[in-house]
Design a protein around this ligand. Structure first.
Ligand code: C2E
Ligand code: MG
Ligand code: MG
Ligand code: MG
Length: 283
């Protein structure tokens, strides 16, 4: 189909090609193919959740973030940065998002009776497109009805872009889910363009300092200042704060010395399949 569209574009002459160069053609084609593959992936559930540890100031494991992986037949593991935007623009995020949440709830339930794993929280990324969809709460509720997971262990990660439009509706949705015990974390904090007014209005529980700041705390005074202010802001708003993208021991020590008491990053562990994660924790 895509090939046909392209040959038609070619047939209609030079004028088209002038605005539609070979590089753009290749990009469009790759995108069309990826989207077709994504539809296959949705049908055949070529997804897997990987889990990355989150630790406290003692280095003690407290939870995990669930991160989606796509096993592509030819390309192998495809990064979510490449396909989440496509899931969003194609509307597939609704179905996949529900699958992700259900998997995470199954995991919470499976761990719930385990002496060590039963204490862990799971953070699940929620796309703003998914969150704003009509019927989002009902879908989430239907997952909760199917899987009786301990919902106080569930954190939903949202991003600032969600708060730009209709903050009243967003607040309403958050409150409905919070009544079930769910908590909210604000991912990639500091990278959005919105005003901070939403912080006072929305029922957040945690700020997650974006890795771009964390990775520069030792090398950039400006980034260090941003991280320090974020920690202070979280404290004065009674929010938890977690740093993501901690790769070096010196970054961890800096963060701990500056009052950030929760961390996630390669220093503590990479995202891995659940079997490997359990093995790492229990042995
Ligand atoms: P995010 O939610 O901010 O997730 C953190 C990303 O940073 C993950 O990339 C993780 O693997 C990576 N990371 C963790 N520690 C380190 C570190 O120490 N150094 C570096 N360089 N990177 C680190 P990943 O898994 O590729 O995911 C990228 C983004 O895709 C996520 O950013 C999130 O926005 C989105 N995403 C991932 N899984 C899901 C999902 O299940 N649903 C939705 N809606 N979005 C997802
Ligand atoms: Mg996240
Ligand atoms: Mg993040
Ligand atoms: Mg991100």
């Amino acid at each position: 189909q895509a090939d046909m569209a392209l040959s038609q574009a070619k047939a209609s002459g030079r004028q088209v090609l002038r605005f539609f160069n070979p590089h753009m053609q290749a990009q469009l084609l790759a995108r069309v193919r990826l989207e077709a593959d994504l539809r296959q992936a949705v049908i055949f559930k070529q997804w897997e959740l990987h889990y990355q540890p989150q630790v406290d100031a003692h280095g003690e494991l407290t939870g995990v973030e669930a991160l989606l992986r796509w096993h592509h037949a030819e390309h192998g593991l495809v990064s979510p940065d490449e396909f989440i935007p496509l899931l969003e623009s194609s509307g597939l995020i609704t179905e996949v998002g529900e699958w992700i949440l259900e998997q995470a709830c199954h995991q919470l339930l499976a761990w719930s009776t385990h002496p060590r794993l039963g204490r862990l929280t799971i953070s699940v990324n929620i796309s703003p497109v998914q969150f704003r969809e009509a019927g989002f709460v009902e879908r989430v509720e239907s997952v909760f009805a199917r899987v009786q997971a301990p919902l106080t262990k569930l954190k939903l990660e949202v991003t600032e872009s969600l708060f730009v439009e209709a903050p009243e509706n967003v607040r309403e949705t958050m409150l409905r889910l919070k009544r079930r015990g769910v908590r909210f974390s604000l991912d990639d904090f500091g990278t959005g363009y919105s005003s901070l007014a939403y912080l006072a209005k929305l029922p957040l529980d945690q700020l997650k300092i974006d890795q771009s700041f964390v990775q520069q705390v030792l090398t950039s005074d400006a980034n260090a200042a941003i991280v320090e202010s974020t920690i202070a802001l979280a404290e004065s708003l009674s929010l938890e704060v977690i740093a993501e993208g901690v790769e070096m021991r010196a970054q961890y020590e800096w963060l701990r010395a500056h009052g950030c008491l929760a961390y996630q990053g390669y220093l503590f562990g990479r995202p891995v399949p659940v079997a490997l994660f359990e093995e790492q924790v229990l042995t």
